[in-house]
Write a protein that binds this ligand. Structure first.
Ligand SMILES: [Zn+2]
Length: 160
C-alpha cells in the first residue's frame, strides 16, 4: 500500500462567534478571533490517500484528477473568501480550523467513490495548516465513528 499526499493552498478570512453567547462571552472564549471584521490566514491543505499501485499506470491515484477535485471542491470555494459569509457550511458552524478540516473531509468523501471508484484509492486523512504553529488532522475511517479532528498544535492559542 502506498500513501500519497497532495497539497493545495487557499487564503481565507474568518472570525469566531457563537450566536447564543453574549459579546463578553465570545470575547472571553475567542479573544481577538471574535472581532467580527474578521482576519485572514494562508491555509495549506494536505489530502492523503491510500491504495495499491495500478500495475498498468504505476499510479496510486491520478494526480491530475486529484488536483482537479481539490481545485473544484475546496480552492475555488474557499480561496479569497470570507468563510463565515461566503461558504454556506460556515453560516452556522464556527469556521475553526478543526471544523474546516471536518467540512473538507465530508465534501471530498461525498464525491470520492464517484471519482475514483469503490476499489480505487481511499481518502484517509485531511491536514489543514493554519499557521506555522497550528495544524489540524482529520483521520478518516478511524475506529471512533465520530469525525474527530485532532489538534497537533504545539502552542494552541485562539489568538494565533
Ligand atoms: Zn484565525
Amino acid at each position: 500500500m502506498i500513501l500519497l499526499t497532495r497539497k493545495a493552498d487557499f487564503s481565507s478570512a474568518h472570525f469566531y462567534w457563537h450566536d447564543a453567547w453574549t459579546e463578553a462571552e465570545n470575547v472571553r472564549v475567542f479573544g481577538k478571533c471574535a472581532n467580527r471584521q474578521g482576519h485572514g490566514h494562508n491555509y495549506t491543505l494536505e489530502v492523503t490517500v491510500a491504495g495499491s499501485v495500478d500495475p498498468t499506470s504505476g499510479f496510486v491515484v491520478d494526480l491530475k484528477q486529484l488536483k482537479d477535485i481539490l481545485e473544484r471542491e475546496v480552492v475555488s470555494v474557499y480561496d479569497h473568501r470570507h468563510l463565515n459569509y461566503e461558504v454556506p457550511e460556515f453560516a452556522t458552524t464556527i469556521p475553526t480550523t478543526e471544523n474546516i478540516a471536518i467540512v473538507i473531509g465530508k465534501t471530498l468523501e461525498e464525491s470520492w467513490t464517484a471519482e475514483f471508484g469503490a476499489a480505487g484509492a481511499r481518502l484517509i486523512g485531511i491536514h489543514v495548516q493554519e499557521t506555522d504553529r497550528n495544524g489540524f488532522d482529520l483521520v478518516i475511517g478511524a475506529a471512533n465513528s465520530e469525525r474527530d479532528a485532532t489538534v497537533s498544535a504545539s502552542f494552541a492559542s485562539v489568538t494565533d
